[in-house]
Design a protein around this ligand. Structure first.
Ligand SMILES: [Zn+2]
Length: 304
């Protein structure tokens, strides 16, 4: 296993040239403060070592620090000085680590999400046209060639994480995001990141209460919805304010009797009323293959 580091130094240059130096333990940070304050400013605590560290948190792992992965653009970023006890993990490449640990969590990039969403949408349409309703598995090929980041020689292993709970992929392809039609979601998908595809039944949006739902049509009694909860609102505040356009767009499609297909990448959760897909960012869903800003653009265009 790569080394879990239990202390980090936060270094930040002040405007007057002095440096703020703080020694931190993993319990001094959480996901939010890491993203907003500490990210990019954490270093190895060993004297004179200036290797950069990242903060790792999540449900599965105990909070800790790790060395920033070596990257081609910044080869020195994660380099410990000779003799630094925290430098041992550099012996191991990302490639071997992934091979050994397929459950390792990786953050999903926006590009990767985009390509999975488009592919899911196209596959959904094709299946409907050529074979009628999709039977069985409903698994659209997980992440074929192209999506996300390069180096297709590396097989896509690892597990996709949302909400910044994983590490950034610096080498090779991003982990696959399995696609599920609503009817084919099963127990094994709960708690995991999936791309779900289905027809919109109803959109519900409460700007005051800071949440929104997209209810999806199901053929059985199982209720499935995309749930934009308060956490989503907090992390996507400017975009959440644009949800009125989403409302108008869906109303417009309903009026024209156009099928409304929603694709969404989110963590699946089970609750009393059914299954929720919780996206972490506004770019994690599409309506008829349009993302939020394209929808805003279209609605504005039709008005003017
Ligand atoms: Zn070090």
């Amino acid at each position: 296993m790569s080394i879990k580091i239990t202390e980090a130094v936060y270094r930040k240059k002040n405007a007057d040239g002095t440096e703020l130096v703080l020694y931190l333990g993993p319990s001094d940070l959480d996901k939010e403060s890491y993203e907003s304050i500490y990210r990019d400013h954490l270093f190895c605590p060993h004297p004179k070592c200036m290797a950069k560290l990242i903060f790792v948190s999540g449900n599965v792992q105990v909070n800790h620090f790790r060395t920033w992965r070596k990257s081609e653009t910044e080869p020195l970023k994660g380099l410990h000085i000779e003799g630094c006890p925290n430098g041992i993990e550099q012996e191991e490449s990302e490639r071997s680590r992934r091979r050994r640990d397929p459950s390792y969590k990786y953050n999903i990039s926006d590009e990767h999400m985009s390509s999975v969403l488009s592919r899911a949408y196209r596959a959904f349409l094709q299946k409907q046209q050529s074979y009628g309703p999709l039977k069985g598995g409903g698994v659209v090929k997980p992440d074929g060639v192209g999506g996300g980041k390069i180096d297709t020689t590396l097989s896509p292993t690892g597990t996709s994480a949302l909400f910044g709970e994983g590490e950034d992929v610096t080498e090779g392809r991003e982990p696959p995001i399995p696609v599920r039609k609503i009817e084919n979601i099963d127990d094994k998908d709960i708690g995991k990141v999936r791309c779900i595809v289905g027809e919109v039944l109803k959109f519900y949006w409460d700007e005051e209460k800071k949440y929104a739902y997209i209810n999806l049509k199901t053929k059985n009694s199982k209720k499935v919805k995309v749930h934009f909860n308060e956490r989503f609102e907090a992390n996507n505040r400017p975009q959440f304010r644009l949800f009125g356009f989403l409302n108008d767009y869906i109303k417009h499609l309903e009026k024209n009797n156009t099928p409304i297909i929603c694709c969404c990448i989110g963590e699946l959760n089970m609750n009393k009323s059914g299954i929720d897909a919780r996206p972490d960012r506004y770019s994690a869903f599409s309506i008829n293959n349009k993302k939020l800003y394209a929808i805003v653009h279209e609605v504005r265009g039709s008005v003017n």
